[in-house]
Write a protein that binds this ligand. Sequence first.
Ligand code: TMP
Length: 224
Amino acid sequence: MTGKFITFEGVEGCGKSTQMEEAYRFLAGKKIPIVATREPGGTTIGNEIRNILLNRAHHGMQALTELLLYLAARAQHVKEVIRPALEAGKIVLCDRFHDSTLAYQGYGRGIDMDTISKLNALATDGIVPDLTFLLDIDVEEGLERARQRSAQMSAGTHRVGARLDRFEEDTLEFHRRIRAGYLTLAMQDPRRYVLIPAAGTPDDVRSRVLETLGRFLKEHYERL
Ligand code: TMP
């Protein structure tokens, strides 16, 4: 495969989606063919699975059901979008990928990590990101940002009050385990992960993301 696969990870409200948009603009300016996508989602089937996963009414969802739904969405996403784009030589930017499953379902929900890794390998068809940005933020600050975003979205749709998704409603302890889990994953694989403190202004975070991307391009694309 000739393309490159770049993922953005972090806890709720860490700003990864905003930073991925910045990365997209930066790469588009260099005339590199890019696909921007997200998990869960990225395909029609994946988006339907996303709605099931995030629906607040589904508070009775079992951890194993949740895991298998994320993996089902991923299997579809890899086959339909990610692998074809990489084979066509594109850069794929993805908002969350298999590290989210290790962090949320593994460290967060307590499902056995080896089981997750084996199932993940099946769903990803062996595809591993070339570069992963971990945007790290204190979970209370991140959740506050996520709440504000939800409130704005509710206002936009004339709904009253902040409507959080199923995960944003989980306990602080759950989110703390996820953050610590991400930091462990980053420590275990420092060549792939770039840890970006995300508490600063979007502009500070942006310059660190773009600096790393610039270095990555120099390493992998001779003409740039
Ligand atoms: P988002 O809010 O970043 O779009 O992500 C949707 C939610 O899904 C978020 O709370 C993290 C969660 N998630 C998992 O629990 N496991 C996964 O494998 C993925 C991709 C996301």
